[in-house]
Design a protein around this ligand. Structure first.
Ligand code: MLT
Length: 411
């Protein structure tokens, strides 16, 4: 009989979001009249910006004419999209990033996992706790960890606890670690990192030959002008950082799929013979072999994000979700709950009341308020006693969910 990748057997029972869906479906089946409001998974609800739709419709027409038809595109993405990203997302912020260092993909989640293809299996890996579970699970799948303990912590990973005490930004470790996953604005806590904090990480990484895997999927939600949007705004990041970005949250592409990963040509890793190898070439080789690019139609839609109309439409979307975040913060605070995040990020991180565990609070909200959130413990042991509420929903649903929660917890 063929054998399997045994590392999968080390994974905790289910990926967090399918487990939530399982519980919600069971509740819905038992309570068919309950009007459930989902503020769990960070999935957008508002329509795609008109500029993107118009561009995609035009692209469909292009595909219907032999003279403008597109077959396989470049595995790295079309240059017309990569050039706009380089100019508007990076160079406009003073980042020295060239279009040739940008790789278009179908998602940051995929790239965060796929990047492990080009990195060694003997690296020491640090993640924050709590953390976006994909960083951990993909390392487990790749055999980079031992088994997990009762709290879900895997042997072999270095956990950097984040809490209100350190503003949800990890202390720089004493020990040398090779790979560090950083996500700012943070999923799940909604925290942001100051320029000084990020510079300290860049300095640490350059001093130790480490690589920062910087997830900037929520950068568009930053409202504080002093907070960097890209790791490449920091001096020295070109020699120590890979950045992941996405069109999912800023432009509503969760169902459309388009993202990008930046691998600077100046970033090196060490080969078994001790020589230095540039990671850009390896990622290019990986993508060219395993990926055939994002569809022409979707890339045209993403390109429209950079038009004048596209920029104003995505700003309106971002503001809409951030107004939701403000409502959530204000209402939960009035209900007597302690809240974090939600100012520069679309996630509000809530301390569970009365010492409830994260999953107890999940069950209470679901059964009493018919509102779904995400248990903090699903993001790591240090997330126990916290709960994440997503600002991605319609205004009516956010208002209704908050009215139900405040009525339950104020009373
Ligand atoms: C989340 O809810 O954490 C996100 O939707 C997950 C993701 O973007 O993959």
């Amino acid at each position: 009989m063929a054998t399997i990748n045994n590392h999968y057997l080390k994974l905790k029972a289910g990926y967090l979001f399918p487990e939530i869906a399982r519980r919600v479906n069971a509740f819905a089946a038992a309570n068919p009249d309950a009007a459930i409001i989902k503020l769990g998974i960070g999935d957008v609800t508002e329509p795609l910006p008109e500029a993107c739709r118009t561009a995609m419709i035009q692209a469909v027409h292009d595909m219907g004419d032999r003279s403008t038809f597109h077959g396989y595109g470049p595995e790295q993405g079309y240059l017309w999209l990569r050039e706009k990203i380089a100019a508007q997302d990076f160079q406009a912020r003073g980042c020295d990033i060239d279009a040739s260092e940008i790789f278009i993909s179908d998602g940051s989640k995929c790239d965060c996992g796929n990047i492990l293809d080009i990195l060694g299996s003997d690296n020491t890996i640090a993640v924050t706790d709590p953390v976006y579970p994909v960083y951990v699970d993909t390392n487990v799948m790749a055999g980079h960890t031992g088994p997990s303990n009762d709290q879900g912590e895997y042997d072999g990973l270095v956990y950097l606890p984040i809490s209100a005490d350190n503003n949800f930004t990890a202390e720089i470790p004493e020990q040398a670690v090779d790979l560090i996953y950083l996500c700012f604005p943070n999923n799940p806590t909604g925290a942001v990192a100051s320029r000084e904090h990020l510079q300290a990480w860049v300095n640490y990484a350059n001093a130790h030959g480490s690589i920062l895997l910087f997830d900037a999927a929520y950068e568009a939600f930053i409202t504080d002008p002093t907070i960097p949007h890209s790791i490449y705004e920091l001096e020295g990041a070109r020699t120590c950082a890979i950045e992941f970005r996405s069109f999912s949250k800023n432009a509503g592409f969760t169902g459309t799929r388009c993202a990008l990963t930046v691998v600077p040509k100046t970033l090196k890793g060490k080969a078994a013979d001790g020589s230095e190898v540039d990671l850009h070439s390896l990622w290019n080789r990986r993508q060219s072999t395993k990926f055939n690019g994002v569809s022409y139609i979707v890339q045209r839609g993403a390109e429209a994000v950079y038009s004048e109309a596209g920029q104003s439409q995505i700003q309106a979307l971002i503001s809409f979700y951030m107004e939701n975040a403000t409502i959530i913060r204000d209402q939960l605070t009035q209900a007597g709950l302690s809240v974090y995040g939600g100012v520069n990020a679309p996630y509000v991180w809530v301390k569970t009341p009365h010492g409830l565990t994260s999953w107890d609070f999940f069950d209470k909200l679901l059964s009493q308020c018919h509102v779904v959130g995400t248990p903090g413990s699903g993001f790591g042991a240090a997330g126990e006693g916290y709960f994440r509420i997503s600002a991605f929903n319609s205004r009516d649903n956010v208002n209704e969910a908050m009215a139900r929660i405040t009525a339950t917890f104020q009373g």
